[in-house]
Design a protein around this ligand. Structure first.
Ligand SMILES: [Zn+2]
Length: 352
């Protein structure tokens, strides 16, 4: 089942900072509308694609569409934009980065500015920049000019496109965390829609606001009350310099879905995912998750669902250039489609 790379590119390059996901969510809606039984949204901005709604056994799939970004907090007299983070940044990665500012009159280019190294005190060179001291330069001469383009509470995201990297089916973009999760849910729904003769009802949800506490997933999971919930989010790989296998496990790009195991996850769901992978020659990787995972899987479990977390191997998470493997994406879609089709009436997910 080949994936739709054009749509992935479109999604990955559509600005969709946490709380500002609406344009991207419309893309998801349009993409699935003609394939699934029903598409709907809710008041926080989640988009739901539903297949077999009449079945009493509900499976919810969650991939969060939002990416980390910046909210404009102040525009100063010289026309510079001061920012607050939407999600978690490593500020050492920010100075000099280009951003797309989604202003009131359209998107414009901006640059994150910072004092040059030549002018810094020796002790300051060793410190990470403070978020409060970073700003966006949009090339305006003063506040009046800036205000024609941008307003307080507009947002910005990294301005880097989608590209292939190397010759191993790798792709690089900003914010694959988690356009890729939302994309995978959409591809699973497309594939399931081709033959709906399976037992469960499936709710493919493109969730919002994960980066500030899984807020969309909480709302969606409460509304659906699924029997099984599977979240799709990026997972660290240990195949880059300085990554520690003792902490992240022995994971790599192209190594297949990362299946999380631990208190946040239902052992029967986990076991089933692994045995399906083995029976179908799908490579997979194990991740020991020792607590709540900080993903939509957390929200799913807390509504009582038998929860799974399928990780998308990812290098350089929360930087302007995150790398993923398209082979992993295909394998995740394949694995979860087979999983859903295998669910039969009477299957139990009670661990005791
Ligand atoms: Zn994420």
């Amino acid at each position: 089942m080949p994936i739709n790379e054009e749509f992935l590119k479109k999604l990955a390059t559509t600005p969709r900072a946490t709380g500002y996901e609406f344009v991207a969510q419309k893309l998801i809606k349009d993409y699935l509308e003609n394939d699934v039984d029903k598409v709907k949204s809710d008041k926080v901005g989640n988009v739901y694609a539903i297949i077999n709604p009449e079945s009493p056994f509900k499976i919810m799939l969650a991939g969060h569409i939002d990416q980390i970004g910046f909210q404009i907090s102040h525009i100063d007299d010289d026309g510079y934009l001061w920012i607050r983070p939407l999600g978690g940044f490593d500020t050492t990665t920010l100075p000099g980065k280009r951003v797309t500012v989604c202003g009131k009159n359209g998107n414009i280019l901006g640059v994150i500015g910072k004092k040059a190294i030549h002018l810094m005190k020796a002790e300051d060179r060793k410190k990470a920049p403070e978020m409060e001291k970073l700003f966006i330069d949009i090339g305006c001469k003063d506040k009046e000019e800036a205000l024609k383009k941008v307003d307080v509470a507009d947002f910005a995201v990294f301005d880097y496109g989608y590209d292939r990297l190397g010759d191993n089916n790798f792709a690089v973009a900003s914010g694959f965390d988690d356009s890729i999760g939302s994309f995978i849910v959409a591809e699973i729904m497309k594939e399931l829609a081709k033959d709906k003769s399976f037992f469960a009802s499936v709710y493919g949800v493109s969730t919002v606001q994960e980066e500030i506490g899984m807020r969309g997933a909480h709302v969606a999971a409460k509304a659906i009350l699924p029997d099984i919930g599977i979240a799709f989010d990026v997972g660290h790989t240990a195949d880059a310099p300085e990554m520690d296998k003792k902490i992240v496990g022995d994971t790599k790009l192209g190594g297949g879905p990362i299946i999380s195991i631990g208190p946040n996850l239902n052992p029967i769901v986990v076991k089933k995912l692994m045995s399906i992978a083995e029976e179908n020659d799908i490579p997979y990787q194990k991740h020991a998750a020792n607590r709540g995972t900080g993903t939509d899987a957390n929200a799913l479990q807390l509504t009582g669902a038998a929860t799974g977390l399928v990780g998308i191997p990812n290098r350089y998470m929360h930087t302007a250039s995150e790398i993923i493997s398209l082979d992993d994406i295909e394998n995740i879609v394949k694995l979860v489609v087979i999983f859903i089709r295998s669910i039969k009436e009477g299957d139990s997910f009670l661990p005791v």
